[in-house]
Design a binder for this molecule. Structure first.
Ligand SMILES: [Zn+2]
Length: 311
């Protein structure tokens, strides 16, 4: 199952209980999946979708909110054929009731379902939440966080997109709107904003999945950084040691090695025997042990003498 489907499944399982929130949710179902048919043979209100999750959720809310099954018996019916789901409401009183409740009449004229939602339906944040949840069910998708961070809501109309942007902003979520072919796409790119969006949708399992993955990625990045850093340090130590050994070999070749002080000869010997050790480790081979600065001092002295013979 895709991450998107997981999020939708989880959203659809969280109950929308208050009537005001149910209306906000139902309005989104109509906005993105609903239509009115006025023709003689097909007269009625239809909600159509290919997605069983949308179908089930919408059907449940319709029944809870308008009690349509008990009032009119068979008028809200289920007919999933060829993976296509349809909710059909025939009774004109039921339809009228829905239209009134969803504030779709404007001065005696029926607004298209696709119009922006009447702000009276989105007054409380609980209703905004219910609306956003439903919008995601109908037109949302989110990429697998293993592959990247991208969430989008594909609208038919620009004013739908603008309204959604405004609601997300009320939840402190920064989203953007672009036009893509004949659509208007609200999208979120930042992982943190996607987490906030999932939080608004109360999709907490998906949220934790995404957060856990982010933590694993962070840890992996830190380890990589550490490894790179260690490699750089080792390279530095090896390069410095190679130069020091070169200096010592030069002093031997020039026949001046035995003229050096005992301390420097001892230092040179230890460096030759332990070419890979960093300075602080080299000090351990002296008796008594020598500090890092002592080692450093002697190696620098050797290098100075060698440079005189290089000229
Ligand atoms: Zn509400």
């Amino acid at each position: 199952m895709s991450f998107s489907s997981k999020v939708k499944e989880e959203i659809s399982q969280s109950a929308i209980n208050a009537r005001h929130c149910q209306l906000a949710s139902l309005r989104a179902f109509l906005q993105f999946c609903g239509r009115i048919d006025n023709s003689e043979e097909g007269k009625g209100l239809y909600i159509e979708t290919d997605n069983a999750i949308i179908y089930r959720k919408c059907f449940t809310i319709l029944r809870k909110t308008f009690n349509i099954m008990t009032v009119t018996g068979q008028s809200a019916e289920e007919s999933p054929t060829n993976g296509h789901y349809r909710i059909y409401i025939e009774d004109s009183d039921d339809i009228w009731n829905i239209i009134q409740s969803l504030k779709l009449m404007d001065n005696g004229v029926l607004e298209p379902f696709s119009a922006p939602v009447n702000s009276l339906l989105l007054k409380s944040s609980c209703c905004k939440r219910a609306y956003i949840k439903t919008v995601f069910l109908c037109i949302g998708s989110v990429s697998d966080p293993n592959k990247g961070y991208h969430l989008e809501l594909v609208c038919d109309r620009e004013d739908q997109g603008r309204q959604i942007l405004g609601i997300l902003k009320d939840f402190n979520i920064e989203a953007k709107l672009i036009s893509r072919k004949k659509y208007y796409v609200v999208y979120i790119k930042e992982a943190e904003c996607i987490v906030d969006f999932l939080n608004v949708c109360e999709a907490y399992v998906a949220l934790m999945d995404l957060e856990n993955l982010r933590i694993v990625k962070d840890v992996r990045n830190n380890i990589n950084r550490q490894v790179n850093c260690d490699t750089a340090n080792i390279a530095k130590v090896v390069n410095a040691a190679a130069r020091q050994i070169e200096d010592i070999k030069l002093l031997e070749a020039k026949g001046v090695f035995n003229d050096l002080s005992y301390g420097l000869r001892e230092m040179a010997q230890i460096r030759l025997e332990h070419p890979d050790e960093p300075l602080n480790e080299l000090g351990r081979y002296f008796d008594p042990p020598l500090g890092k600065s002592g080692v450093n001092h002697r190696l620098r002295k050797l290098s100075e003498i060698a440079s005189e013979y290089r000229l």
